[in-house]
Design a protein around this ligand. Structure first.
Ligand SMILES: Nc1ncnc2c1ncn2[C@@H]1O[C@H](COP(=O)(O)OP(=O)(O)OP(=O)(O)O)[C@@H](O)[C@H]1O
Ligand SMILES: [Mg+2]
Length: 155
């Protein structure tokens, strides 16, 4: 399983567009793909046709609560592409995670438990806050291929 985080602290630099297009392409090529929306703006969630305001479970419940990624995953209209959605609730996680021990590795450990995916793509927010730290920790300690793909605009 390859994990690719699409990251750039600059806003509006194409992270979400790249995340959606890349994950859609991979799914259409027959690769079972999971897109994790780690940006409270929820643009990847909306972009894949999910109403972010009606969500009962999001990535927030995985980072703060006990739910696994599988438990918050939704299918999309694209065969082979699943989504871990998000909405503005995730912005609260920034504050709630400050005092949580091992916060940097929560997502890493939950991703490691996934078994069914060929690719995991992470769309990230335009910041250097805790949410960004969470995905960077994962990528920095992942394979070199994931590392190479973390910042598509800086290759
Ligand atoms: N390769 C591209 N060429 C031209 N325009 C693009 C390209 N990729 C994205 N855009 C446009 O740039 C704008 C910002 O894209 P996008 O939302 O993907 O950026 P982002 O980095 O995810 O933003 P944010 O930091 O707010 O999450 C959108 O209007 C999008 O259509
Ligand atoms: Mg975005």
């Amino acid at each position: 399983m390859e994990v690719i985080a699409v990251a750039n602290q600059k806003g509006g630099s194409g992270k979400t567009t790249t995340s959606i297009n890349l994950s859609t392409y991979l799914a259409l090529r027959g690769k079972h793909t999971l897109l994790i929306d780690l940006d409270p703006q929820g643009a990847a969630t909306t972009g894949l046709g999910i109403d972010k305001w009606s969500l009962k479970k999001t990535i927030y419940n995985t980072l703060i609560g006990d739910l696994s990624l599988v438990e918050v995953t939704l299918p999309t209209k694209i065969g082979g592409l699943d989504l871990v959605p998000t909405n503005i609730d995730l912005s609260g996680a920034e504050i709630e995670l400050v005092s949580q021990l091992g916060r940097e590795t929560i997502l890493k450990h939950k991703i490691e438990k996934l078994r069914d995916y060929d690719f995991v793509i992470i769309d990230t927010p335009p910041s250097l806050g805790i949410l960004t730290l969470i995905h960077w920790w994962h990528v920095r300690h992942s394979s070199s291929r994931s590392k190479r793909n973390t910042s598509p605009w800086r290759e």
